[in-house]
Design a protein around this ligand. Structure first.
Ligand code: ATP
Ligand code: MG
Length: 438
């Protein structure tokens, strides 16, 4: 993409309403624009990142055997009345009436709808287990929308739902999602720690939140240091799943709501970590909570009827855009992990209009594209300082600077955005180096 052809409305000043780094940088880098409280326009640069995150989440769900579908954003109140949640949900739910005075709502989550869908087709244990998911916009009329996309009112979520014949089978489905989450966050360049979570009025002990550690997180967290350093498990066979989950859940990790100071004191002092965290996922086994009131049951192998055991599994896709920035930035701007960067590499032309500089940039730009990379070419007629600042702000993993001085010696300058390391390379070396990074 040539910058002169693109739509990248970068701001010089930090908007006063933004108090944390991710919100400030997303506004300044032209990724989002607020339309009303907690509701954002995703500008081209922001949308590219959102889509990359969404795709990684999707690939890992598919790898875990989940099946993608798409439910609507607008739901009928009927499903929610059946489960009793229509009244229980409270003012966070956006309630709507249509022209025929029918009660609708903008979905904050989809358990009720999917249970209704599933029960109308599936009647036998032979069709279980199943895991269905979608990646869809949600609306929650949050009391305090803040921190940009981190706590929006409209936000993008991946929500998966599992259907099993009994608790034992449901725990396997839960473990499979647990492992998929570890793999997903690692691919996003994040260290997310699974923590025991409150199951609320439903009871039971099977719920985990996944949190990334960042000073600006809304939750106070306590965990065993080793959890932060564990590598993701990758593909895990059915027989090994429980051991992989246990290797995490046996180490202490809890948010303040679930924190037990006496238990935490048993963690060796040099392994105790108390920090702040951002919730980027939440998984939940809730058994018959919806299948019971909605009479979603199947015939079992011995000819009896049993309520389906269900779980739900959320990933905050749009929150992750902000979360990744909180975990990876410096004073000059964003530092994108390669997997989610909006472009792979930036080319800075220090003398746009100069025949030699233009030709060198154009050649490199075409070569990078031919190599399958996605370069952003700053071909604007701005001062060098402005170009450097803008490129640092938007945080592409590599920058290639081409200007008359370097060209005299046949060299380009290649900068690693993360380490700040600069190398002076020939055009051939530049191409070899950059393509080797992806
Ligand atoms: P929170 O405690 O942060 O309000 P929650 O527990 O209500 O979140 P869940 O119902 O567990 O949220 O939703 C699944 C995921 O969706 C969360 O882990 C979070 O990453 C994301 N999410 C929830 N609410 C918001 C929001 N208002 N804006 C952006 N992402 C959100
Ligand atoms: Mg939650």
């Amino acid at each position: 993409m040539r910058l002169t052809d693109y739509f990248l409305p970068v701001l010089k000043e930090t908007p006063a309403e933004a108090t944390i780094a991710s919100h400030q940088f997303m506004l300044r880098a032209g990724m989002i624009k607020q339309d009303s409280a907690g509701i954002y326009i995703w500008l081209p640069l922001g949308l590219k990142v959102l889509r990359k995150i969404e795709n990684i989440v999707r690939e890992e769900q598919n790898r875990a055997g989940a099946i993608e579908m798409l439910m609507p954003t607008i739901q009928s109140a009927g499903h929610w009345k059946e489960t009793g949640r229509y009244d229980a949900y409270g003012p966070e739910m956006l309630r709507i009436t249509d022209r025929g005075d029918r009660e609708l709502l903008y979905g904050p989550t989809n358990e009720d709808m999917i249970t209704d869908m599933f029960r109308s087709y599936v009647k036998s244990y032979k069709d279980l287990p199943k895991c269905l998911y979608h990646i869809q916009w949600k609306f929650r009329d949050e009391r305090r929308p803040r921190f940009g996309v981190m706590r929006g009112r409209e936000f993008l979520m991946k929500d998966a739902y599992t259907f099993d014949v009994d608790k034992e089978a449901a725990v396997k489905s839960y473990n499979r999602q647990f492992i998929a989450y570890l793999n997903t966050y690692e691919r996003l360049g994040l260290k997310a720690v699974p923590m025991r979570a409150d199951t609320g009025p439903i009871g039971g002990d099977l719920s985990h939140e996944f949190l990334i550690l960042a000073d600006t997180g809304e939750s106070e967290v306590f965990c065993h240091k080793d959890l932060v350093d564990m590598a993701a498990p990758g593909d895990v066979s059915d027989g090994d799943m429980q051991a992989v989950v246990d290797s995490r859940t046996s180490l202490y990790a809890a948010t303040d709501e679930m924190h037990d100071a006496d238990e935490f004191a048993k963690v060796p002092a040099d392994k105790q970590l108390s920090a702040r965290g951002i919730e980027v996922g939440h998984i939940f086994y809730f058994g018959e909570k919806y299948s019971e009131p909605m009479k979603a049951s199947v015939q079992t192998a011995d000819g009896k009827s049993a309520n389906i055991h269900m779980g739900s599994y959320g990933v905050g896709v749009s929150r992750l855009v902000g979360g990744i920035i909180e975990a990876s930035h410096d004073e000059n701007g964003i530092i994108w992990p390669k997997a989610v960067a909006p472009f792979d590499v930036g080319i800075i032309n220090l003398k746009s209009g100069d025949a030699e500089a233009d030709a060198a940039c154009e050649t490199l730009y075409s070569q990078l594209k031919a190599a399958g990379l996605d370069p952003l070419y700053d071909d604007r007629d701005d001062r060098g300082g402005q170009k450097f600042a803008r490129m640092d702000l938007i945080g592409l993993p590599y920058q290639i600077v081409i200007g008359p001085r370097g060209l005299k010696e046949g060299k380009y300058e290649v900068k690693d955005r993360k380490t700040g390391e600069k190398q002076s390379l020939t055009p051939e070396e530049t191409l070899t180096f950059i393509t080797a990074q992806f």
